[in-house]
Ligand binder design. Structure first.
Ligand code: GLC
Length: 541
């Protein structure tokens, strides 16, 4: 048999510090966007009691853990990523008691729970920022944030040319003439991570949630906390490219790693296997792997895979690079195709039946890759991006900060359809959801799909069931099989093979799997061909 190996190791060579206890090396984790998941009190906004009411659905789906986007006290200028109190729950989503109950009940359902930590910035309504405004220039209160004097004769120009990720300048001027930095919305002032008070505060926030029993943290904008001490102009472009070597003034700077070494020490004070997952948009695989050194973070989303598109060659290159770089630091890969910031993958891959076929195939491929994987709420229902939200219903600050030029992320955040024939589709008992749901979602509700063995939901359940029952899936390595262009095939063990046909034509089965048992296919397999846009798992005898 002709095979191409990614590196000279045999299948299932244990990774450096792999142990069975490290659940996160193989976990499938479901992202809950709380305001859009389930609305228990009928006010049109999802809430923590809504999450509690659907834990049975999630354990039946077969995920190992849930990650919740922020539910902390927040003026909601960026849907909760602007936190005004890191130790309390926003009244629109529930209470701290609800959060405690949710943590306990998630564990009772046999799942782990990860919460979202937002350390790059606070809300402008956070007590620290309010104190900073009141205390004035040069005060210790201001030193928790990035206040600077402006350029120009009267300081009327921003201190440098940095741009907000949401559009427009990254600086806003306050009444006394100083400027403060915000890499996101003006309502999200950046903290100064060289200030020991900031470091200590976040250690304390970690402990607060660890004491309540959470199993880990997703770290928002993990590559953005450290800024160049001189705050020089950005020269090479606002976003990182694959060539950068740590010289960008505010992304992926070397100084950021010391922060995570401190956090690792905190999390290791706690029993059990708790985990960090970084949101680090770092395209250079070597730089990316640095976050995952053994004394730093455990995992990080692999956005290169998300950005590879529906393309066999690019996907294979990204998979190889990722596994290669992570092997050196002993970390598992973490695959993801959709989240609350990107266009849903059914839509990215072409929409309609073809988009759905490709999306299911990509998901099944992802679930066969070595490491852990994330599922974003609603992808198990095959939901599309909602593109036709009226301007007056839009909520995302990206839309407003770019004057509508960038439409923003509302289209992937529309509240889920659970049941029934019309909006709110069981999202809540009544009420107008905070973003409008398309009228044609009746056939896509969880209830409708649960009753249909050919539905996308049934496919996700089956894929997760097979994954759980196949000990070779999850952490480990893979071995590529030779295939024709447009097809990716790999072994996860002597008997388990995954084959993805990225083309829109049927393709002959690779020789290795002719006659093998089909364990699961994202599209019906007919004879000796792979259906167009499909993934199939085979069990060889
Ligand atoms: C992250 C979040 C995004 C948020 C931003 C600012 O990228 O995923 O939703 O807007 O950080 O906190």
């Amino acid at each position: 048999m002709s095979t191409a190996q990614i590196d000279p190791v045999s299948l299932h060579t244990p990774l450096p510090d792999a142990t069975a206890e490290q659940w996160w090396r193989s976990a499938v984790i479901y992202q809950i966007y709380p305001r859009s998941f389930a609305d228990a009190n009928g006010d049109g906004m999802g809430d923590l009691n809504g999450v509690r009411s659907r834990l049975g659905y999630l354990s039946e789906l077969g995920v190992d853990a849930i990650w919740l986007s922020p539910f902390y006290a927040s003026p909601q200028a960026d849907a909760g990523y602007d936190v005004s109190d890191y130790r309390d729950v926003d009244p629109s989503l529930g209470t701290l008691a609800d959060a405690k109950a949710m943590i306990v009940q998630t564990h009772q359902h046999g799942m782990k729970i990860i919460v979202d930590l937002v350390p790059n910035h606070t809300s402008d309504q956070h007590v620290w920022f309010q104190q900073a405004l009141a205390a004035g220039p040069g005060s210790p209160e201001r030193a928790r944030y990035m206040f600077r004097q402006g350029k120009g004769e009267n300081g009327e120009l921003p201190p440098n040319n940095w741009e907000s990720n949401f559009g427009g300048p990254a600086w806003t001027r306050v009444a006394d003439g100083s400027w403060y930095l915000h890499l996101f919305a003006p309502a999200q002032p950046d903290l100064d991570w060289t200030n020991p008070e900031v470091v200590a505060e976040f250690h304390d926030i970690l402990r607060f949630w660890l004491d309540l029993g959470v199993d880990g943290f997703r770290i928002d904008v993990a590559h953005g906390l450290a800024k160049h001490p001189d705050l020089p102009d950005v020269l090479g472009g606002h976003l990182l490219n694959a060539d950068h070597v740590g010289d960008h003034p505010h992304w992926d700077r070397d100084e950021v790693h010391e922060i995570y070494r401190g956090w690792r020490r905190v999390i290791e004070e706690y029993p059990g296997d708790r985990v960090f997952v970084a949101e680090a948009w770092v395209p250079n695989a070597d730089r990316f792997a640095r976050y995952l050194r053994s004394d730093e973070l455990h995992t990080s989303f692999n956005f290169n895979f998300l950005e590879a598109g529906w393309d066999a060659a690019t996907s294979r290159r990204v998979i190889d690079q990722t596994l290669h770089e992570l092997r050196d630091v002993g970390a598992p890969a973490t695959w993801v195709l959709s989240n609350h910031d990107v266009i849903r993958h059914v839509t990215r891959f072409g929409s309609g039946d073809l988009g759905l076929a490709r999306a299911k195939a990509a998901t099944q491929l992802m679930l066969a890759l070595p490491g852990g994987a994330y599922i974003y709420q609603g992808e198990e229902l095959g939901l599309e991006e909602v593109r036709d939200i009226a301007p007056e219903r839009r909520q995302d600050p990206v839309y407003f900060q770019t004057g509508g030029e960038r439409v923003g992320r509302d289209g992937c955040r529309v509240p889920l359809p659970w049941s029934g024939q019309e909006s709110p589709f069981g999202f809540g008992p009544a009420g107008d959801p905070w973003l409008p749901q398309p009228a044609n979602w009746a056939g896509l509700t969880a209830e409708a799909q649960a009753a249909d063995p050919t539905s996308t939901l049934a496919f996700y359940r089956e894929a997760l069931r097979v994954r759980r029952g196949s000990s070779e899936l999850g952490d480990g390595t893979l071995q590529w099989l030779d295939t024709v262009p447009g097809v990716l095939a790999f072994r996860r063990s002597a008997t388990f093979v995954s084959v993805t046909n990225f083309t829109d034509e049927p393709v002959a089965l690779p020789a290795e799997v002719v006659g093998a048992r089909v364990v699961l296919s994202s599209a019906p397999v007919d004879g000796d061909t792979l259906p167009p846009a499909s993934t199939t798992w085979f069990r060889l005898s």
